[in-house]
Write a protein that binds this ligand. Structure first.
Ligand SMILES: C[S@@+](CC[C@H](N)C(=O)[O-])C[C@H]1O[C@@H](n2cnc3c(N)ncnc32)[C@H](O)[C@@H]1O
Length: 280
């Protein structure tokens, strides 16, 4: 029988360490430091969740508190990147929640791709590129020749440069069928590379959803599993801007556990599962 994995060193204690109460003075200090160090505006994230995660992250690295974490991260670029990854949680995969992708394809992409000369899609918070390349694969399967432009943006430069590489390990390819691998990827040793024709459909760009201006006239905006730690006002502001960035009739596609309360006040209407539509 396999021995269950047990973390070693400080990480072993992190799971059992009590979570400290939110200290608002220390949190404000953390927010100031993180803005300077990582360029992230924590005032628009839910403080209790961020505080819990930052403390857990510090404890797991044998550091007593967020102040010590920030002090070390200033001089330790590996820790700084891990800190950024933890705050932005770039977990993702191809065809994440397949039934939702099927609905996007059948109900929305098909009519767009069959009736328009060009379709514009934005993958906002694209992580390592799984989402924009999922969009590219679905679009090509529906309409092999229609022009499809996919803008893929993320806050994290390191994540973006890995996404631009468009190369994935066997484990990262879990959601991709054999047929899709054969059609859209090229095998290179133990890695899988997105074929240039598919890669050419996607433009990667750095963009902070909390402060940067958004492009306009998208047919589809995917923003999935990105805003979970944003405050409610920050989310409402973002969704209003998304509505403005969609063309009339365009569709906003959220993550499986996300929804928009009072969606009509923001100018959108519910359109099944986690889809919202800008009225046409
Ligand atoms: C959990 S991943 C989601 C990836 C993909 N959308 C999915 O659902 O599989 C969240 C991504 O959002 C990005 N992110 C977090 N805050 C952001 C912000 N303010 N602006 C843009 N991207 C952000 C992170 O860097 C990360 O790559």
């Amino acid at each position: 029988m396999e021995t269950p994995h047990r973390p070693h060193g400080p990480a072993r204690f992190a799971a059992f360490a009590p979570v400290p109460e939110l200290d608002t003075v220390a949190y404000d200090r953390l927010a100031r430091e993180v803005r300077g160090l990582l360029g992230i505006d924590l005032t628009q994230y839910k403080p209790a969740q961020v505080w819990r995660r930052v403390n857990g992250f510090a404890t797991a690295r044998g550091l007593p508190d967020p102040d010590a974490l920030v002090a070390k991260a200033r001089h330790d670029s590996v820790l700084r990147q891990a800190f950024l990854d933890m705050l932005t949680i770039n977990v993702s995969e191809f065809f994440r929640n397949p039934e939702a992708w099927q609905m996007l394809a059948d109900r929305y992409l098909k009519p767009m791709l069959h009736n328009q000369l060009m379709v514009r899609i934005w993958s906002a918070g694209c992580s390592l590129g799984y989402e924009p390349f999922t969009l590219a694969m679905l679009s090509r399967e529906i309409a092999p020749t229609v022009t499809v432009r996919i803008l893929a943006t993320d806050l994290d430069d390191t994540t973006l440069s890995r996404a631009r590489n468009a190369t994935y390990t066997e484990a990262q390819m879990a959601g991709v069928s054999e047929a899709r691998r054969a059609h859209f990827f090229r095998r290179d040793g133990d890695k899988w590379e997105v074929k240039p024709e598919l890669a050419a459909m996607v433009t990667f760009r750095r963009h902070d959803l909390l402060k940067d201006a958004c492009d306009k006239a998208f047919d589809v905006i995917c923003c999935r599993n990105v805003v979970i730690y944003f405050t409610e006002p920050a989310k409402a502001d973002l969704y209003t801007r998304f509505c403005d960035s969609l063309r009339p009739g365009g569709v906003l596609f959220l993550g499986a556990t996300e929804s928009i309360p009072n969606v009509r006040q923001l100018g959108l209407e519910p359109a099944g599962l986690t889809f919202y539509k800008r009225p046409g």
